[in-house]
Design a protein around this ligand. Sequence first.
Ligand code: NAD
Ligand code: ZN
Ligand code: ZN
Length: 362
Amino acid sequence: VIRCRAAVAWAVGKPLSVEEVEVSPPKAGEVRVKIVATGICRTDDHVLEGCFPNVVFPVIPGHEGAGIVESVGEGVTSVKPGDKVIPLCLPQCGGCSFCLNPESNYCLKSHVSEPQNLLPDKTSRFTCKGKQIHHFLWVSTFAEYTVMPEYAVAKIDAAAPLDKVCLLGCGFPTGYGAAINTAKVKPGSTCAIFGVGGVGLSVVMGCKAAGASRIIAIDINKDKFAKAKELGATDCISPHDFKKPIQEVLTEMTGHGVDYSFEAIGHVDTLTAALASCNMNTGVCVMVGLPASGSVISIDPMLLLSGRTWKGTLLGGWKMRDCIPTLVSSYLEKKFNSDVLISHTLPIAKVNEGFELLRAGK
Ligand code: NAD
Ligand code: ZN
Ligand code: ZN
């Protein structure tokens, strides 16, 4: 058993509390990882607010990390102690019907099908003050040591800087993949991205890499526009600067609406606006943001009947275990610069400050 620090969420609506926790050794088929760095994704904030479905408290959140294998359980062959890895918040068991489908990046072992609050044998590896603490998406990267099944971890290049490539655990691949895998943005096309936080900026990078000629960033926080422009946005607009609905503004700016629209906020109103912003026939709208659990959207069916495509994406469509190591190699080859997304670096003791910066739009 390892004693280390972790940021524990004891109850909905409470700040995280940095505690000493006990982390049991990995059982058969499991891997214990020393987490070196973790990002804060808005999804972790949805967990703290109680808006992420089927999370059980107390829980150790965090799902965008990178680390080093500390020990492995019986039968583990794909990683060994000392290997650099990225924990996968969307696992790839390799055996379910979705994993076996080359067109899918979903896995039936993921939280959407069956909550990942406990490891597959229905027990936890974490305790704190004598209480069992739950895992989050099996990865719980807000702990200095964490245990997950072998199929929820990907070995990456030994040269990878863990404090940078942790972003390849969620935010960057989600946005980048939403553009290149889910929407399949074509060269010369027009794109609109609603919300340019970490995920939305990664969509901008994906649209740029795919050769889009016009990339319109939409955000209510104008401080986000400098980075959006640096990464390839050609226009940056705030809905607050217009009297008419933003979908009408975008339709006027582009003639008939954009070819591809992306929602990277997670509100029902911006999801609907993004759908109406792509052109009525060949337009594709990708839902990336995570609406609060239980949300319902009502739309005019003509929006879809005229031919529009509305799709969602989990982690940008990547089969995580196969693709994350390749993305890390592409990062090392400087094919994209996800470092631009890093705004602050803090020690674990200041994790709540990190969330305050996120909520303040910084
Ligand atoms: P973030 O908070 O950094 O970014 C959200 C941005 O939206 C901010 O810049 C904010 O100013 C802007 N915004 C808020 N309300 C707006 C409005 N009404 N109009 C325009 N802009 C508005 O969050 P993030 O970490 O980039 O995550 C974005 C969303 O993606 C979250 O909902 C998160 O849960 C979700 N997410 C989904 C997946 C997936 O697999 N689909 C993966 C990661 C994150
Ligand atoms: Zn995330
Ligand atoms: Zn599977």
